[in-house]
Design a protein around this ligand. Structure first.
Ligand code: ZN
Ligand code: ZN
Length: 85
């Protein structure tokens, strides 16, 4: 097994859970709702650049979101992928 393969396997492991919990502690409100002057508790952490496209668990690549905004962001993402292919 190569080094990169080993990294692939670990991308959604215990490490991610810890990073996600810490990130939500730091950003307890949904960042998209907050931009619209609404305070909604964040439930999920989104990767701006998906891991499958080379994204990392780095804070600059993360976004604290409520469930609704997270679903919406993935719908947009899926629609854009369809356009591309
Ligand atoms: Zn939201
Ligand atoms: Zn996401």
């Amino acid at each position: 097994m190569t080094n990169s393969q080993r990294k692939e396997r670990k991308r959604y492991g215990r490490e991610w859970k810890r990073i996600r919990d810490e990130y939500i502690k730091r950003f307890p409100n949904c960042e998209i709702c907050q931009a619209h002057m609404k305070i909604v508790p964040a439930e999920e952490v989104h990767h701006i650049t998906p891991l499958c496209r080379g994204g990392t668990h780095d804070k600059v690549n993360l976004l604290a979101l409520c469930h609704e905004c997270h679903q919406k962001i993935h719908e947009i993402d899926r629609a854009e992928q369809k356009k591309r292919t």
